[in-house]
Write a protein of this length. Structure first.
Length: 171
């Protein structure tokens, strides 16, 4: 993963650009960070990482005309994070909408306004696509992310619950 220690990072020093094939390794290297913040004790870390990789491969395989992937990088070229969004369908109205599949930052980039800049870029893309709605999913235990999205104006419209079941003994 790119090392940004020693880089001057603040909103003014960050460039947001379209991602290219040369950025794929960086994006996949951030999967463990996403698994880490999920905080789902009933899943193994390697299973969450494998899930994230499957999810990312499917998202990145979509036609470019239906997606946007943006990279944030420091003035020295160090990659700080990325966001990927795609065209989707609202489950209530069935109208076309945007859907953010993933937003990930390096640990060192957190709390510096970079996620705000990436989300602004995705929201601009969604407006250009003429979407009325932009949605995303966030792990319920990720309180920091939930607070971040609330601050940006996102509202919760559903919550999926799960119960890990112990196997019953058979006699």
């Amino acid at each position: 993963m790119s090392d940004i220690r020693g880089s001057a990072i603040d909103g003014a020093d960050v460039r947001i650009r379209a991602a290219g094939d040369e950025d794929l390794n960086f994006m996949f290297e951030l999967a463990p960070r996403l698994a880490e913040v999920a905080d789902l004790s009933w899943h193994q870390a390697q299973d969450l990482i494998a899930f994230q990789h499957r999810y990312m491969r499917a998202a990145f395989a979509r036609p470019k005309s239906e997606t946007v992937t943006l990279i944030a990088e420091a003035a020295d070229g160090a990659k700080l994070g990325y966001v990927h969004a795609e065209a989707s369908t609202d489950s209530v109205t069935l109208e076309p909408c945007g859907y953010v599949t993933v937003l990930a930052l390096t640990r060192e980039a957190e709390g510096r306004g970079i996620a705000d800049r990436l989300m602004t870029g995705v929201e601009d893309w969604a407006r250009e696509m003429r979407f009325r709605l932009l949605g995303l999913d966030v792990f319920a235990n990720n309180q920091r992310a939930r607070a971040f999205y609330r601050r940006l104006g996102y509202q919760e419209d559903s919550l999926r619950l799960i119960k890990p079941l112990a196997q019953r003994e058979t006699s």
